[in-house]
Design a protein around this ligand. Sequence first.
Ligand code: BGC
Length: 255
Amino acid sequence: MNLKSKVAIVTGGNSGIGMAIVLELARQGASIIIDYLAHPEATDALEKQVLAFGDRVIGVEADVSQVADLQNLFATAVKEFGRVDIMVNNAGIETRTSILDTTEAQYEKVLAINLKSAFFGTQFAAQQMIRQGDGGRIINITSVHEDWPMPGNTAYCLSKGGMRMLTRTAGVELAPHNILVVGVGPGAVTTPINLGTMNDPTLLKKLDSAIPLGRVAMPEEIASLVGFLASEGASYITATTVFADGGIMQGSPGL
Ligand code: BGC
């Protein structure tokens, strides 16, 4: 129970990697705020799982690409649980569109949900943590594509590259407050964002064979890293990204 007495917000927390992170932090004893935008029934089911660990949990419907919604998310967290110790900026989407035909609306949506939300999520988390006066952890779920090109997914790569520099720069700026800012860079994971590939046996085979470990990750294999980075054992890691990618970045381009 490493995280007993800690309060964690997970954005995009009711599906995919976010859901696995919620369960991992709850397993370690944290109180959880599950941010979600759709599928309230998935949030309800997840809340029950968290309650079974004996932890406190609330679901908050908030569109994290909107600053006002993020503000409300933090206000609710502080009202319900009194503080915020761990902020996981996890919400993300991709359009898988080429630089040649990505529309303005697609560009703005990807950048707002992935990067703007993480920027202001970091800002509000840091303001709250500074008020509390005893440090904190901000964990940005980026991707191997914060650094590694994925042709045909340019806006997504751009957003993740931005998160990489958010992590580094905010990590340095917030270090004097003992607020650690770390990126987690997954490779390919079995989540809704990847359904197109998961449901296409030919594509999946191609993807698996491009991964040195020979398979796509389970969300729990990313969540376990987040659990470690939120814990006392990770007290000297900041302003950098830790990758959990099965070695994919050393292989061929993103698939
Ligand atoms: C992307 C996936 C891609 C994977 C590996 C992830 O960040 O969301 O679409 O398959 O990286 O390239």
